[in-house]
Design a protein around this ligand. Structure first.
Ligand SMILES: Cc1cc2nc3c(=O)[nH]c(=O)nc-3n(C[C@H](O)[C@H](O)[C@H](O)COP(=O)(O)OP(=O)(O)OC[C@H]3O[C@@H](n4cnc5c(N)ncnc54)[C@H](O)[C@@H]3O)c2cc1C
Length: 122
């Protein structure tokens, strides 16, 4: 019991709240919303949907997995590695699904499916 309590007491912050705190710390007008980047060229000019902006000393690409900035760093496109994951949370498992609760115990269950009909459940 004590172990489960420690596990769920780990410090976390609501993402929306964190976003608010971070945004509130930045002076107004610094962030320009709705600026859709289409591409960047070798001179670090940024081609937005609304026009081209240039003369930057440094460009930091933080535009996610399909980053447009990434294109000038590598020709390699993101690809699926073939590994996927499913995360399932069952609330009140001791009461609602006692058999499952007993099976999982206080540890964790992990399963992996390999090719040729083989699966591992740990
Ligand atoms: C369901 C889910 C749960 C997750 N849970 C966790 C977790 O618990 N812990 C953890 O560490 N990670 C988690 N992740 C992963 C984490 O969210 C990502 O690794 C992280 O958000 C990547 O950050 P990023 O800044 O690279 O990209 P993103 O967070 O994707 O941010 C990219 C930003 O760029 C903007 N953008 C994209 N293209 C353009 C463009 N052309 N022009 C202008 N703007 C653009 C997007 O609108 C977005 O705001 C989770 C991901 C998912 C999907």
């Amino acid at each position: 019991m004590q172990l489960a309590k420690v596990h769920f007491d780990r410090p976390e912050i609501d993402r929306t709240k964190l976003r608010e705190i971070l945004l509130d710390s930045i002076p107004e007008g610094i962030i320009r919303w709705n600026s859709n980047l289409r591409t960047i060229d070798q001179e670090r000019s940024l081609h937005f949907a609304h026009g081209i902006e240039k003369d930057f000393d440094l460009v930091v690409g933080a535009d996610g997995g399909w980053s447009k900035i990434r294109d000038i760093l590598t020709p390699v496109k993101p690809f699926h590695s073939g590994i996927g994951g499913v995360d399932i949370k069952i609330n009140d498992i001791d009461t609602k699904h006692p058999e499952l609760s007993k099976r999982v115990g206080r540890g964790s269950v992990s399963s992996k499916r390999f090719i040729q009909g083989c699966a591992t459940i740990i």
